[in-house]
Design a protein around this ligand. Structure first.
Ligand code: GDP
Ligand code: IMO
Ligand code: MG
Length: 433
C-alpha cells in the first residue's frame, strides 16, 4: 500500500510548495524533504502565523513527523536555529535526520561565493549557502555525512583532510583566507551532539512507514527548471529538485511513489541568473512583483517576473510523470490586463516541437503568446470570501484563464490558490491520498 504523494515545482521556484505541503500535511502523517538545503525558502501562512522554513520540512507547522532524508545537504547551525524557533512557538519537534545526508561547512559557503565570481557570466546567482560545493564534495566522495558529524572521532581525520585541501584551493583566490580546524571541529562537534537524538537511517524507517500505509508527503526544494539533470543548466542548483530526485533522495523505490503533484503559479518568477524567455522588465513586472510579494524568502532579492511559460512546464510534466496540477498566486495578477501565456517557442521562423533545454538555444527563441482578459483588484477579505465560496465565485475571466491552462497542458487542475493563507485555497479535486 502506497499512501504517499509528492509536491514539486514545475518552474523556477517559489510556486507555493510550502503552502501546499502544509495543506496536504493536514491529512498526512509524515513530511519528507529529499533534496537541497537551506537555499530553499518555503512560506506557510496559517492560524495567524507566518513560517519561513529553510531546511525543516513544511510539516513542522502542524507538528507532523518531519524527515530530512539522505538527498539533502544540511547546515547544522541553520537546522538547530529552525528547531529553536519552533520550540519558541511551543511547537513539538518530531524530526528524523538521515545519517547519510551531507554536511555543509563554512568553507563550502566561502567556495560558493568564490566560484560565483570565477564563473562570471555563467554564474547562477546562487544563494551562497554552500549548496553547490557541498554536493560537489559528495560527488567527489570526500564529503562528510551526518554520521561523521555525530561521531567526532570519525569526523576529525576526515575534516582535517578536507580542510587541508580546501585551504589550498581557497588560498589561490584569497591569500588571506584562514579557517581553523580546531574551531570548526569544536563548533561542529557541538552541533553533532545536539543533532544526534534525531539521527537514524531514514531510508529503512521510511520504507517501513510507507509499507504500513502511513500517509507521506514528499516535499521538493527548488524546482524542475533549477534541477541538475533536467533543468536550465548551468543556471540552476546542484540536486535533482524534481520528482525524479525522490527515490535517490529517500530510498523509496520508484515503483512505490504513488501520486505526483506539479505546482505552478499563474505567472513565472526567477531568482538568480540565466535567460528567462518570458521575463517582463516594465511596469507590469513591477506591479506583479509587488502584488505577489516577489522577494526571495532566503536572500530577500527581488525576484524577476514574467508570463507563465507552459512550453517548459509541459516538458517538466512529461519527464516527471505529473498526475495533477496545483495553480497558485492567481490573485497576484489582479488588475493586470491583458495577461499572457507562452504556449511555444519559435526559432529561426520554425515552431519548436519540444522545449530545447540548452540555454544557448533558448536564448535565441522567441516565445509565442496567447492573451487573456484580466480581472479586477480585490481586498484580502474579498479573496478569502471567494475562496470560501469556491470555484463558482471566481471572476469569469479568471475561470477562462484557468480553463485555458488546463486545456493547453491536457492536465487536470486539482487545487487553486488565491492567497497566501491556508484558507485561501479552492479544492477542485480532493483526492490527495
Ligand atoms: P515555495 O518556495 O514554493 O515554498 O514558495 P515561497 O514560499 O518561497 O514563495 C511563495 C510566496 O507566495 C510565499 O510568500 C507564499 O506565502 C505566497 N503564496 C503562496 N500561494 C499564494 C497565493 O495563491 N497568493 C498569494 N498572493 N500569495 C501566495
Ligand atoms: P525554493 O525551494 C528560487 C536558485 C538561486 C540560483 C540557483 C543556484 O524556495 O523554491 P544555489 O544556492 O542552490 O546553488 O543557487 O538556484 N535557487 C532558488 N530560486 N527558489 C529556491 O528555492 C531556490 N534555491 C536556489 O537563486 O539561481
Ligand atoms: Mg521559496
Amino acid at each position: 500500500m502506497n499512501n504517499n504523494v509528492a509536491i514539486f515545482g514545475l518552474s523556477w521556484g517559489d510556486e507555493g510548495k510550502g503552502k501546499f505541503v502544509d495543506y496536504f500535511a493536514q491529512r498526512a502523517d509524515i513530511v519528507v524533504r529529499y533534496n537541497g538545503g537551506n537555499n530553499a525558502g518555503h512560506t506557510i501562512n496559517a492560524d495567524g502565523i507566518k513560517y519561513k522554513f529553510k531546511i525543516m520540512p513544511s510539516g513542522a507547522a502542524l507538528e507532523k513527523e518531519c524527515i530530512i532524508a539522505n538527498g539533502c545537504v544540511v547546515d547544522p547551525k541553520v537546522l538547530l536555529e529552525e528547531i529553536d524557533d519552533l520550540k519558541k512557538l511551543n511547537k513539538k519537534i518530531n524530526l528524523k535526520l538521515s545519517s547519510t545526508a551531507h554536511v555543509i561547512f563554512p568553507f563550502h559557503r566561502t567556495l560558493d561565493a568564490l566560484e560565483e565570481v570565477m564563473k562570471g557570466k555563467y554564474s547562477a546567482g546562487t544563494t551562497k549557502r554552500g549548496i553547490g560545493p557541498t554536493y560537489s564534495d559528495k560527488a567527489s566522495r570526500w564529503g562528510l555525512r551526518i554520521f561523521d558529524l555525530i561521531n567526532p572521532e570519525i569526523m576529525r581525520p576526515k575534516l582535517d583532510k578536507l580542510l587541508s585541501i580546501k585551504k589550498k584551493l581557497i588560498k589561490v583566490y584569497d591569500p588571506d583566507w584562514n579557517d581553523n580546524l580546531e574551531s570548526i571541529f569544536e563548533e561542529y562537534k557541538s552541533y553533532g551532539e545536539l543533532l544526534k537524538p534525531y539521527v537514524i537511517d531514514t531510508a529503512y524507517y521510511l520504507n517501513k512507514l510507507n509499507d504500513s500505509g502511513k500517509k507521506i508527503v514528499f516535499e521538493a526544494a527548488q524546482d524542475n527548471l533549477l534541477g541538475l539533470d533536467h533543468g536550465f543548466y548551468p543556471f540552476g542548483t546542484s540536486s535533482n529538485s524534481n520528482a525524479l530526485g525522490i527515490s535517490a533522495g529517500t530510498g523509496i523505490p520508484p515503483t512505490k511513489i504513488n501520486k505526483i503533484f506539479g505546482i505552478i503559479k499563474a505567472y513565472t518568477s526567477r531568482v538568480g541568473e540565466g535567460k528567462f524567455p518570458t521575463e517582463l522588465v516594465d511596469d507590469t513586472a513591477e506591479r506583479i512583483r509587488e502584488q505577489g510579494h516577489e522577494y526571495g524568502t532566503v536572500t530577500g532579492r527581488p525576484r524577476r517576473v514574467g508570463w507563465l511559460d507552459l512550453f517548459n512546464i509541459k516538458y517538466g510534466i512529461m519527464i516527471n510523470g505529473v498526475d495533477k496540477i496545483i495553480l497558485t498566486l492567481l490573485d497576484a495578477l489582479e488588475g493586470i490586463d491583458p495577461i499572457k501565456i507562452c504556449t511555444g517557442y519559435e526559432l529561426n521562423g520554425r515552431i519548436l516541437e519540444s522545449w530545447p533545454i540548452q540555454h544557448e538555444i533558448i536564448e535565441k527563441c522567441i516565445p509565442i503568446y496567447k492573451s487573456f482578459q484580466g480581472w479586477k483588484a480585490r481586498t484580502r477579505a474579498e479573496w478569502l470570501e471567494i475562496a470560501q465560496k469556491g470555484y463558482d465565485a471566481l471572476p469569469e475571466t479568471m475561470k477562462t484563464y484557468i480553463q485555458s491552462i488546463k486545456e493547453e497542458l491536457g492536465m487536470d487542475i486539482a487545487f487553486l490558490s488565491i492567497g497566501p493563507d491556508r484558507l485561501e485555497t479552492i479544492v477542485l479535486d480532493n483526492d490527495i491520498f
